[in-house]
Ligand binder design. Structure first.
Ligand code: UDP
Length: 330
């Protein structure tokens, strides 16, 4: 069945990949994005409304114009260190603005909602570092807290209104790009490992750092669960089908259930690029867990999600392909 989907933040990295899959699957999509970190050129075949989710009047007018059947909410701020220095920005963009959007959903009777949440809600990840949705939440920065607060709002709303159902997807470390080279991770200040390493390979930066080589892990560096953006995008379509089939509200981890260390990732970037760039071992970064890996069983069981792109090499190849062509993009 064709859906009419509002995608906030659809001009950004993950949102743009989801929009492409939605359009390819025959859904009708309207992207709503203020283009603060997104790019007009990343909206390939959907209608774009330039607006801020915090502009409740404009958002409401868009709901009135369009008769949406579902909402996917990607718009938000995502840089952890920035959230520590500017928490208000994070609580406004990630929490307050979500309220504005949810209020529109309630008033316009839109009852299917998919929310971009994050593994940052698990904080340091507890003893083992492998986390399921029933593991304790304990975010240690305003970014994780602002997202967790929105999860709580969603839970309260779905309890108060039996017609309203949501899926909150807790993303682990998203990487890779659409092989076309048109969509990928853009932005002036890269902080994520794979992007930083690729920039070092391409000479955009002179060297890169390993933040902590003395962790209690096999090679001393941090371990994360890297998930290809196309598999993550598919999880959103699976979530939409699940809600359409009258599935009830869920919070689900999005990862593969296996981890790679910082050294393993860097070594793969060197292999893919063929460049032996300079790597410096430096201090641990504040707030970094040694090991954070998803237990994704519920995503696979409930949504029948079947990932296709677990291969780290392909993840890095697609990201490298995008990074090489980034200067040609508008
Ligand atoms: N990391 C690193 N150097 C960098 C960026 C990241 O050593 O320039 C490490 C970081 O300490 C963590 C892992 O790479 O162990 C993933 O960090 P990233 O910022 O990509 O994602 P996070 O897990 O913090 O969301």
């Amino acid at each position: 069945m064709k859906e009419k989907v509002l995608v906030t933040g659809g001009a950004g990295y993950i949102g743009s990949h989801v929009v492409k899959l939605l359009v390819d699957a025959g859904h009708d999509v309207v992207v709503y994005d203020n283009l603060s970190t997104g790019y007009r050129s990343a909206v390939l075949e959907a209608k774009l409304v330039v607006g801020d989710v915090g502009d409740c009047e404009k958002l409401d007018a868009t709901f009135s114009d369009e008769n949406f059947t579902a909402v996917m909410h990607f718009a938000g701020s995502i840089i952890v260190p920035e959230s520590v220095t500017d928490p208000i920005k994070y609580y406004i963009n990630n929490t307050t603005n979500s309220l504005c959007l949810l209020d529109c959903c309630v008033r316009h009777g839109v009852n299917r909602f998919i929310f971009s949440s994050t593994a940052a809600v698990y904080g340091m990840g507890g003893e083992s570092g492998s986390v399921s949705e029933s593991s304790p939440v304990n975010p240690i920065n305003p970014y994780g807290r602002s997202k967790l607060m929105t999860e709580w709002i969603l839970e309260d709303l779905s309890r108060s209104n039996s017609n309203f159902n949501f899926i909150a997807l807790r993303y682990f470390n998203v990487a890779g790009a659409d092989p076309s080279g048109k969509l990928g991770q853009r932005g002036p200040e890269a902080t994520h490992l794979i992007k930083v390493a690729l920039q070092a390979a391409l000479g955009v930066r002179e060297h890169m750092e390993i933040f902590g080589a003395d962790y209690d892990t096999p090679d001393g560096t941090g371990i994360r669960d890297y998930i290809h953006v196309l598999d993550l995008a598919q999880a959103h379509l699976d979530a939409l089908s699940y809600l359409r089939d009258d599935g009830n509200s869920q919070i689900l981890n999005c990862g593969y259930g296996r981890g790679f260390s910082v050294r393993e990732v860097i070594s793969m970037v060197k292999q893919v690029s063929g460049v032996d760039f300079k790597v410096i071992e430096s201090e641990r970064r504040a707030g970094d867990a040694p090991y954070l890996v998803a237990i994704p069983d519920r995503l696979e069981d409930l949504l029948e999600w079947r990932p296709k792109y677990r291969d780290l090499k392909w993840m890095i190849e697609t990201a490298y392909n995008f990074e090489q062509g980034i200067d040609q993009l508008s």
